[in-house]
Design a protein around this ligand. Sequence first.
Ligand SMILES: CC(=O)SCCNC(=O)CCNC(=O)[C@H](O)C(C)(C)COP(=O)(O)OP(=O)(O)OC[C@H]1O[C@@H](n2cnc3c(N)ncnc32)[C@H](O)[C@@H]1OP(=O)(O)O
Length: 405
Amino acid sequence: MTTEQASAVQVRTATEEDWPHILKLDNFAFGAHIADLKTGITRDLAPDDNVLVATIGDEVVGVTMHYELQITVPGGGLVDAPGVTWVSVAPTPRRKGILRSMLTEQHQRCRASGAPVSILTASEGGIYGRFGYGPITMEYTRTLDRRFARFRDTTADPGGVRLARVEEAREVVPAIYDRWRRTCAGAVRRPDAFWRGVFADPESDRGGASALFYMVHADGFVSYRVRDHAKRMTVEVSDLFAVTPEAYIALWRALCALDLMQTITVSEPRTSLLPYLLDNPRLPRITGSFDLLWARILDVPAVLSARAYFSDLDLPFEVVDDFLDQGGVYRLRAAGGGEPGECYRVDEEPRVRITAGDLASIYFGEHRADTLAQAGRVWAVDEESLDVFDRAFATAATPQGGMFF
Ligand SMILES: CC(=O)SCCNC(=O)CCNC(=O)[C@H](O)C(C)(C)COP(=O)(O)OP(=O)(O)OC[C@H]1O[C@@H](n2cnc3c(N)ncnc32)[C@H](O)[C@@H]1OP(=O)(O)O
């Protein structure tokens, strides 16, 4: 494709006729043939107005869409968060600005709709920073040789776990997840259509492992697949969410009692109770890590006024935003201890300067302003301003996303 053709790119809301082309684009982009079930679920999650295509003449060359999601912020507030997904551009006109054109239109529309923040799960870490996104939750894969797992004498044995067929799990698991996600910063509401896909559990989602098994507690649940590596059976945990430590411990005791299984893998945030429950805290080895969720703040005052802060703060700071209109100086006033802050634009000299993406990263508590300053990404007029800013954005608990989309 020539540069002249690329300049003829149009971005518009998708129509019914675009869908076969959208599917073809995403099949090629992600290297998989998308099944009818997944297409139906996607169309329920993204109403037609939320789907944008890029065209050159009659040809659909790009797509992006968003699901209508909600995210929990530190302190327990719930904020609408369009979930950007299914982003792809045909391999033929790559790096001609088609993604940038689509995301510009999409984010202007999301901003105009009043959504304060947008989120996504990124296929590659190098794409979305330039659009003002920052990573907000991290997941660590822990691998445990179950045969050597011994619980400490001090670890409780609460019981209360039952084995559930998928029909039984369907009745109770979404409500438990919903209770959990309201307690956890960074957690995303899972719409009904998303659960439909989870419980349908198509062969194409299993990667050669078994269908999902469920264990359920009144305050938590775990789902997992079993993979048979030449008779060395591995439990691959898919979901593990617990509203109370008792439920978490009970579920781990049940998992570790699966005698014929050799290994258990689980993906959890940085802080995990698991090593503290075992005689040998080295047993759950961290064997991988990845950023699950990224966020883009669309409305700085709305988002910063929605969360609670760890300690007192009252200072002007500058947001640098090369993509949307959120750049400028704001004052944030907050009292540590649970009350939401108050944020508004001001005409003052800033004491701290931060990019929109880095602000999203520190907002949910996974990343610290102090670390970003050491990396040369956050500027502060003096150490004290940085320290006040850094401490106020800290969170007691590590954020967790809960949903990959
Ligand atoms: C939320 C999600 O859905 S994540 C899924 C994203 N999609 C995929 O990974 C599918 C496969 N990849 C693709 O379809 C395409 O390569 C896309 C969508 C990633 C990029 O589309 P393009 O139209 O080539 O991107 P475009 O030319 O608009 O690039 C915009 C900017 O992003 C940069 N960029 C694009 N792709 C990448 C990449 N993979 N890594 C790093 N930077 C990238 C470009 O250099 C450009 O930077 P600049 O504007 O600052 O100079």
